[in-house]
Design a binder for this molecule. Sequence first.
Ligand code: KG4
Ligand code: ZN
Length: 325
Amino acid sequence: MSSSIILGVETSCDESAIALVENGRKIVSSLVESQISIHETYGGVVPEIASRYHVKAITDLVEKTFQASDVKPEQLSAIACTQGPGLTGTLLVGLNTAKALSYAWNLPLYGVNHLYAHVASCFLESDLEPPFLALLVSGGHTELYIFESYDSFKLIGSSLDDACGEAFDKIARILGLKYPGGPGLEKLACGGDLNYIKFPIAKINDFNFSFSGLKTNVFRYCQKNPDFDKSSVAACAQYAIVDALWEKTLLAIKTFKADKLVVCGGVSANEFLRQKFKQGLKIPVYYPNLKYCTDNAAMIASAAYFKPKAIGYDAKVFSRSGLDV
Ligand code: KG4
Ligand code: ZN
C-alpha cells in the first residue's frame, strides 16, 4: 500500500492545531497552541477573541509542524480541516487556512467532522479497527455510537441537555476552580470522601444522558451548606457523572453485544473514569493517548484518512451537531 501523509488543521474552539499523520495512524508531527490562559479570565471561551488568536497562531504553526518533521509539502497527499461542529468564526480561520494550502499545493481538501475525529484519535498509534461501541465525552457532546465500519456508524444516545464536560466545567466553577474545570475538579476530588453526599442523577430512557440537574443540585447543596468540604463535593460530583456514563455504556454493551469499547473526547483524560471502565469491563477499552484526548489536529488528519470527504462549500459547514456534517 502506498504511503499517504495528510496535513490536519483544527480550530473548532480554543486550540489552534496542525499535524502531519501517515496512513491515518502514525503521528509524524503534531503541534497544539492552546488559548486557555487567555479565556481563563472570562471563565469560558470568548468566540471573537478565539478567532483572532487562531488568525495570529495558525501560519506559524504550519511552518513549525513541517520544521519538526522531515516531510516536505510535495510529499503530502491531502489537506484536512475541521468542518464542524464548532464556533463559526474559529472554524472559518481553519477552513480558510486549509483552502489556501490546498490551492497553493494543488492538493485535495477534506472536511472532517470534529466528533468523528475524536473517535479517530483512538486510531492514532493503535491497531484499533471497527466494529466497536464508542462513548464520546467532550466539552460540547456526550454521545454513544455503534461503529460498524470506518464510514458506517449509528448514533444511539446523547445528552438531552449539558454535555458531561460542561457539567465538569460548571461544577468546577461553583467550587471556585478555573476554566476548563475538568482537570482541576479531578485533582481536587483526589482527597475527597465518596460517602460525603450522594448527588442524584436524572434517570433518562434508553441510551440518553442528562447532566443539567446535577449542576443545579451541587449549586443548591453548596449554597445551603457554606462550610462544605470542597474536595468531597468534587469527588461525589465526579462519581455521579462517571456513574451515569458507566450505566448507559454498560447497557449499550449488553444490548448491542459490543466486544470493543472506545472512550474518547476531552473527558476521557479523566483517570477516575478510566479506572472505573478498566476495572468493570471484560472487553478491551481503547482510549486516546492523554495528549490526544483534548482537541488536536492529528485526529483530524486521521479522520480524513479513514473517512475522506471532499469538502463542499455549503451551509452544512456550520451544522452544529451530528456526525454527518
Ligand atoms: O474534547 P475537548 O478538548 O473539546 C471539545 O470538543 O469539547 O474537551 C474539553 C472538555 C472540557 O469540558 C474539559 O473540562 C474536559 O474536556 N476535560 C476533563 C479532563 N480533561 C479535560 N474533564 C474531566 N477530567 C479531565 N481530566
Ligand atoms: Zn473536541
